[in-house]
Design a protein around this ligand. Structure first.
Ligand code: MN
Length: 416
């Protein structure tokens, strides 16, 4: 794609949705039902309307995929198709005599007049645990510094299978979960609303191609199967999690809700921000060896807004810190013959950095509540309160070429 392209549309320099990005999502307006769109500046390009104008006629695809309530069938058409669609949209947004500036202006919808929806029917969801800093922090809190990392951690990307039904789009409130926990010093467990509700700053990749049961995807092949990425908030109830997780891992402390950003940023749009990951020592087994650059430089931040206060940034991290990259994760996930399907979501695990203000969860930022955060209005936070809003943002930027993810924002409501 031509990187020098200039659009005729007035796009603020700080916009996540530059001409280089063109992420896909599902939206609706008062006048129209669910349909596919692509974000550009403050607008959405309405793919259903553009198809009606005939702009995709020469791509020989069934444009009914743009009138559906999820993107799965569009994604299933494959990367050559999504690449052609993005190229056509770039053309329409850069050519001086574009019909979108004239009689076809209704193909551009203001984002503030649209409602965003879940972009996918998520089939299966897996959550990895691939940040060395996060695993080390959590491990030292629960098992001490000497035993922070389990013996397997540097040999395989640890993960658990999560729950797809409770993944919701940005803007959807989540109720504080109830559950069983064992308070410190108690003899019997108690039942009630979680007292240690937390977020996890993550990204997730979307599977764009089915694989066959019994076959494996190599590290080299993995990107063919990855359509794009979203921001991911893996809501976690630490008190429920701590009591239940032995010996089979996360369950009700996790599956009450996860939130994603509405725009899927394609791997293609992230190409300029590709980089090598951290050196892996000990060297992984050969099926996990990684010769390419499969990490991405995406700046991430978390902000917290109390019920009546201002939003403030409480953590800054980066997706590039991930120890096990997305290709290694997918290779490991399928090495035993497990198949993946279009619309599956694979989350990274909490993305913590080295610095104390780069930790991707309250558990780490407050060191399990020992050192609460002080908010601007004088309030303290060990974990998340009812009516708090947590937002995560992410963007890649290189020499003024910006590709962003928008945000995933969630308000926490009291337990039902
Ligand atoms: Mn997680």
């Amino acid at each position: 794609m031509n990187t020098e392209k200039k659009t005729w549309l007035d796009i603020p320099e700080s916009s996540d949705f530059s001409i280089h990005n063109l992420p896909f999502g599902i939206f609706s307006t008062i006048e129209g039902g669910y349909r596919a769109g692509v974000a550009i500046g403050d607008y959405i390009m309405d793919l259903k309307v553009l198809a009606e104008y005939g702009h995709f006629n020469d791509l020989s695809i069934d444009t009914a995929v743009f009138s559906q309530s999820v993107l799965n069938d569009f994604i299933r058409l494959g990367k050559p198709v999504s690449r052609q669609v993005r190229q056509r949209l770039q053309q329409l947004m850069t050519q001086e005599d574009s019909p979108l500036r004239q009689d076809q202006a209704k193909a551009l919808v203001l984002q503030k007049e649209a409602t965003m929806h879940m972009p996918l029917a998520v089939g299966d969801y897996t959550d990895f645990y691939s940040s060395l800093e996060h695993a080390t922090n959590v491990g030292s809190m629960f098992r001490g510094k000497e035993n922070a990392l389990m013996p397997n951690w540097k040999h395989l990307p640890v993960a658990y299978h999560g729950r797809a039904s409770s993944i919701v789009v940005s803007g959807t409130p989540i109720h504080r979960p109830k559950g069983q926990s064992m308070p410190a010093g108690a003899e019997k467990p108690v039942m009630g609303p979680s007292k240690a509700l937390d977020f996890e700053l993550e990204m997730a990749f979307v599977i764009g191609k089915d694989s066959q049961l019994g076959s494996s995807i190599t590290v080299e092949e993995a990107e063919e199967y990855i359509f794009g990425l979203v921001l991911f908030n893996d809501w976690s109830a630490r008190d429920i999690q701590k009591w239940e997780y032995v010996p089979l891992g996360p369950f009700l402390g996790k599956n009450f809700g996860s939130s994603i950003s509405p725009w899927i940023v394609t791997l293609e749009a992230l190409e300029p921000y590709r980089m090598a990951g951290p050196v892996q020592q000990p060297e992984p087994l050969s099926y996990l060896q990684n010769k390419g650059k499969h990490n991405f430089d995406v700046a991430l931040e978390v902000s917290l807004q109390p019920a009546k206060g201002e939003a403030q940034v409480i953590a800054r991290s980066n997706f590039k810190n991930m120890y096990w990259n997305i290709c290694q994760q997918l290779a490991h996930h399928t090495v035993n013959g497990c198949n993946v399907r279009v619309g599956d979501l694979m989350a990274s695990g909490t993305l913590s950095g080295k610095a104390q203000d780069s930790y991707g969860s309250m558990l780490e930022l407050t060191w399990n509540g020992e050192r609460p955060l002080h908010l601007a209005d004088g309030q303290e936070r060990a974990f998340i309160h009812d009516h708090d809003t947590v937002s995560m943002r992410g963007y890649a930027d290189k020499e003024g070429r910006r590709v962003g993810f928008g945000e995933v924002r969630t308000k926490i409501l009291p337990a039902l």
